[in-house]
Design a protein around this ligand. Structure first.
Ligand SMILES: [Cu+2]
Length: 333
């Protein structure tokens, strides 16, 4: 469904294209899963509107300049039909005064809309770090996800953005503009998805060697589904008992970085894996290098860590042991 909607938007720009024609390579690349020109929420719509307003404004100014250029060539050496003071006052004073005042008022109104988060918005904490995104949902049992942000559709959501290390920038082009994550600060941004769907985002500030892998998926779904999901995520993992996959997990040092609520694994350096089985495919599908199996995904995930922090386990464990661990993790739905 989402893809269809997307095609429709693309077809629309296809109709406009002959009119705007030449030099619009931007439009050709403007259709894609991460295009701010196919907005899917009020915040992104306003930003796309500014883009179009500035685009048509630039087209108008360009035409005007070309016309004046032609006029100048045409009248060269003849007696001017229009006094030069008309150009100086009109083009040098009035035109910038009027157009810049209009832009200022327009920009100010939009700025006020973008800056003020709706009072009753659901608040989710988002932590950026080299090179992944972590989301924390409020509540007695804090739910944590990695690389996937689930939100209810049609409602404003307030994201409190923090970074653990360097400056990152949160950007989901179809839902909102960019907001930097700055060490020592909490920066808020609000967004809203008007249609259910999956929206891809990306860190938009170069933050180190694996910056390009720092992708994020926003899943917007109707409130009842969202509530059910959150409720299910709050549950701890079942008692692993003598599951050999779990023992291998504990013995392979995975637990020093990963928590699985309800078990002895309590590490905090990496993503909470309590419900990894319900999440990894979605994440892997939107990663830079898609993984087909959970074993692939385990290997791939750690490659994107800063080099001196990469655990040796995921890369060097015997395949059988890794498969046993993956089998256990897959069951953590
Ligand atoms: Cu980053």
């Amino acid at each position: 469904m989402l893809v269809q909607q997307h095609r429709r938007t693309c077809r629309l720009t296809g109709i406009v294209r002959p009119a705007t024609a030449l030099g619009l390579a931007v439009l050709a690349t403007g259709c894609g899963p991460q295009s701010m020109l196919s907005p899917a929420g009020p915040r992104a719509e306003v930003i796309a509107d500014i883009w179009w307003a500035m685009f048509w404004g630039a087209v108008a100014v360009q035409l005007l300049v070309l016309l004046l250029g032609a006029y100048a060539l045409w009248w060269r050496g003849r007696r001017p039909a229009v006094r030069s003071s008309v150009f100086i006052v009109g083009g040098g004073v009035l035109l910038p005064l009027v157009s810049l005042t209009l832009l200022l008022v327009y920009g100010y109104r939009i700025g006020a809309f973008l800056a003020a988060p709706p009072a009753d918005a659901l608040r989710i904490e988002v932590v950026g770090q080299q090179f992944w995104w972590q989301a924390r949902y409020p509540g007695q049992t804090a739910v944590e996800t990695a690389g996937v942000l689930r939100i209810p559709v049609g409602e404003p959501v307030l994201l409190a953005l923090r970074t653990k290390d360097v400056i990152h920038s949160f950007w989901v082009p179809r839902l909102a503009g960019k907001q930097d994550l700055i060490p020592g600060r909490v920066n808020d941004i609000w967004l809203q998805a008007d249609r259910p769907g999956v929206y891809r985002g990306q860190c938009a500030e170069f933050c180190g060697a694996q910056h390009a892998r720092m992708a994020l998926v926003v899943v917007a779904e109707p409130r009842p589904q969202f509530d059910a999901w959150l409720e299910a995520q709050r549950r701890a993992a079942p008692d692993p008992g003598a599951d050999p996959g779990f023992s291998a997990f504990m013995q392979s040092d995975c637990q020093s970085c990963h928590r699985i609520r309800g078990t002895d694994a309590g590490g905090e350096r990496g993503p909470d894996l309590t419900h990894i089985g319900s999440r990894w495919r979605l994440r892997a599908e939107h990663a830079v290098a898609p993984a087909r199996t959970l074993v692939d995904w385990i290997r791939l995930s750690h490659l994107s860590l800063p080099e001196d922090e990469q655990p040796s386990g995921p890369a060097s464990l015997p395949a059988q042991q890794l498969e046993s661990i993956a089998g256990y993790l897959e069951g953590l739905q």
